[in-house]
Design a protein around this ligand. Structure first.
Ligand code: DHB
Length: 313
């Protein structure tokens, strides 16, 4: 069974992608993920200038979910450029450069820096759920803001495809995706974390995270990811590739997101729970399931639920 696909002219040996913000700091950590089976790497969210993260504690995990408010710490675009240039020297897998900014204008400026290094895709994080105090509502929560950020990045991205990372914390994710598509988005990453959520320590009566609230990830959010991916796929008529992300731990989880409409599969929280070779494990499990079911090509799964529903109506 073949896990290889070409997406917007880029070859992916398998659909697994290291999600942004997980292990994604240095060229050597990206290589480590590639050696463990990742089909592609996403950098952490890159800012134009140094951005301090939040004070500790920034993460709390249970078996069912993780809450994080790391605060997108970053040394700024110049440091990132060195790491990206280092990785691209031998380039074990495609590289997705993830960018973040506090204003529409800065999205364009940051993208302009990163495209010089020719990542395979740009991923635009307009959907971090913890930024309200610092920047107001995420751009991903409004159609005009999401479209404006998309347009600003597209103006400087040249031939590099632009993926907009969408928020599940909206009334109509399909409408946001359509607005971004109209502004020139080449694809989507769905979803960013859910919430924000909060956890309280019983004795101190205080929120556990110093930031009080954090983005929810892990197995509990997979059904939300599936619904959001299905909505984005339907709203854009399956024409734009989706990096499906949210609660994927196993090969069967990955295949479920593909049936909803995902082309590639982001893996984040599961890296901490199943180990760095989670990429290889998910690939083996996808192979096993598809081989048993007589599926020869992984791309046969993409959007399968929509096709099945249409065939039965
Ligand atoms: C953070 C960033 C995100 O995009 C997210 O979904 C959750 C947390 C952060 O760094 O705080």
């Amino acid at each position: 069974m073949n896990l290889k696909q070409e997406v917007l002219g880029v070859i992916f040996e398998n659909p697994t992608v290291l999600a942004s913000g997980i292990m994604g700091v240095t060229a050597s950590s990206w290589r480590f993920c590639a050696q463990n089976g990742a089909g592609a790497i996403t950098t952490k969210s890159l800012w134009i200038k140094e951005h301090l993260g939040n004070p500790n504690p920034t993460v709390i995990s249970t078996d069912h979910w993780t809450l994080n408010a790391v605060g997108l710490p970053d040394a700024g675009v110049e440091k990132a450029e060195q790491e990206i240039a280092d990785y691209l020297k031998d380039k074990p897998t495609p590289l997705i450069g993830n960018i973040v900014a506090g204003s529409i204008e800065d999205f364009g400026k940051t993208a302009e820096h990163i495209v010089k290094f020719k990542p395979d895709f740009l991923e635009v994080n307009i959907s971090c759920p913890n930024v309200e105090d610092e920047f107001g509502k995420p751009f991903a929560c409004s159609e005009p803001d999401a479209a404006a950020a998309t347009k600003c990045v597209k103006e400087v991205s040249g031939k590099i495809p632009v993926f907009i990372k969408l928020s599940p914390n909206v009334d109509n994710i399909g409408a946001i995706a359509s607005a971004c598509a109209e502004a020139g988005a080449d694809g989507f990453t769905a979803i960013n974390t859910v919430g924000p959520g909060m956890a309280i320590d019983l004795r101190s009566r205080m929120p556990i995270l110093a930031n009080k609230v954090g983005g929810l990830s892990g197995p509990a959010i997979k059904p939300i990811a599936v619904k959001c991916i299905a909505d984005v796929y339907a709203a854009t008529e399956g024409k734009l590739p989706i990096i499906g992300t949210g609660g994927v731990y196993t090969g069967e989880d990955a295949l479920e997101l593909m049936l909803a409409g995902a082309t590639l599969i982001g893996i984040g929280t599961a890296v901490g729970d199943r180990g760095i070779n989670v990429f290889q494990k998910v690939c083996d499990e996808m192979q096993y399931w598809c081989t048993n079911e007589g599926i020869e090509n992984i791309s046969d799964m993409i959007g399968g639920m929509h096709k099945e529903l249409a065939s039965r109506s």
